[in-house]
Design a protein around this ligand. Structure first.
Ligand code: AFP
Length: 382
């Protein structure tokens, strides 16, 4: 039933036309067959993402399968994006479209592709009432002809896209919320979208790097799955990820040093200072692709920072977006035992006022993020 059209979009019938449960039976048997195949050639024995999501669903007696269906469609979209990213350089998909997006950044062709794939795959499945994308100024409604659901998907379709042309890892980041209002006249209210990150029911990212990895959480820990290309499945590869309490890496674009306030400069100087008992100086690692920098620090420990800067002295702000970048990663890091802050307090508790609002971000191992908060509130350790 799955057909691929020439433009890379996979077309499936609308939810209204297919019974959910026979669909699930197919999915499970597909997944088990693939698992068998992976076992047979002895290179990829492991639990698939689909099995994992279904097992998590079994833990919650009130689950209807709606969320599982949603996540599964997102995974298919990511597989299509991954395939396209892997072709970059071979087909005419590198480079900019010549447009500037809502964030005043150059739009890359792959940005447009990834954005379109996610929207077109997700809009018809009947589980969403709306979506929000880093690439689209307004909220994205589910078209009238499709059934609506109670979830809201916010995403950055291709984070780090200025790195595409130089073969550096890039990724897709997502956060999922449940609609809170019981409005029936409209599909959703703005307040359903502008919920603090703490209300996310799931969050995660796909990283398109030396392999394609999905990391996600539904609030029961964090697990990572690696795409096994010849099988076409994500297999559990990083079980119950825990970020070290304290790391040895700091990640920041130090080219902005002159634009930082004194406390921020003092914080970065602290990580670079020599002090054996506290493990300093730290190593500096910065790729310029948030998913890649975050993923490395999640596994190895350390802190990623994108501080507020004074490039516009009247409007000191961070660069990263609260809803589609900071919140999802903040949920992942919290579930892995780490912490995310805007320098003053938890990212997850910020009440958003705008889909595209930006925040300073300090994220990673608890110890380093708490150190950052101490510096930024003027309480420097002696
Ligand atoms: P692009 O998607 O435009 O490449 O931006 C990437 C990003 O939002 C985030 O992934 C990086 O951490 C950050 O910007 C890098 O910004 P700088 O180039 O200013 O360091």
């Amino acid at each position: 039933m799955v057909e691929e059209s020439g433009n890379g979009l996979i077309q499936t019938p609308t939810l209204a036309k297919r019974p959910v449960f026979s669909n699930w039976a197919n999915l499970i048997s597909l997944s088990l067959n693939r698992h068998k195949e992976a076992t047979m050639d002895n290179r990829g024995v492991g639990i698939t993402i689909t099995q994992h999501v279904l097992m998590e669903e079994e833990q919650s007696p009130e689950a209807t399968g709606a969320f599982t269906y949603l996540l599964n469609e997102l995974i298919v979209a990511a597989k299509v994006i991954s395939r396209e990213v892997n072709k970059a350089g071979l087909v005419d998909i590198l480079g900019s479209t010549g447009d500037i997006n809502i964030q005043q950044e150059r739009v890359q062709k792959l940005d447009v592709f990834a954005n379109r794939i996610i929207i077109e795959r997700m809009q018809h499945i009947g589980q969403l009432c709306c979506m929000g994308s880093e690439e689209v100024a307004e909220l994205i409604d589910v078209p009238d002809q499709y059934p609506k659901g109670n979830y809201i998907l916010l995403f950055d379709p291709l984070d780090g896209s200025s790195n595409i042309d130089v073969n550096v890892s890039i990724g897709t980041i997502f956060g999922i919320y449940r609609k809170e209002s019981d409005e029936t006249d409209v599909d959703f209210l703005l307040s359903d979208v502008l919920q603090p990150g703490i209300k996310q029911v799931a969050a995660g990212y796909f990283i398109y790097g030396s392999s394609t990895i999905m990391v996600y959480t539904t609030g029961n820990g964090v697990n990572g799955f690696t795409l096994y290309p010849s099988v076409g499945e994500f297999l559990l590869s990083h079980e119950n990820i825990r970020i070290p309490e304290k790391g040895k890496i700091y990640s920041v674009n130090e080219g902005n040093y002159q634009y930082w306030d004194e406390d921020t400069r003092a914080l970065v100087d602290y990580f670079k200072a020599k002090d054996k008992p506290t493990g300093r100086p730290y190593s500096s690692r910065y790729v310029g692709s948030l998913v890649a920098d975050f993923h490395r620090n999640l596994l190895k420990g350390g802190i990623f920072m994108y501080p507020a800067d004074l490039k516009d002295p009247n409007k000191p702000t961070g660069k990263l977006r609260l809803m589609v970048e900071a919140n999802p990663l903040a949920m992942v890091v919290r579930e892995a035992g780490g912490y995310a802050s805007d320098g003053k307090g938890p990212i997850l508790e910020i009440q958003p006022t705008d889909l595209h609002q930006r925040v300073p971000l300090y994220i990673g191992s608890k110890e380093e993020v708490e150190t950052a908060e101490a510096f930024l509130s003027g309480k420097r350790p002696t």
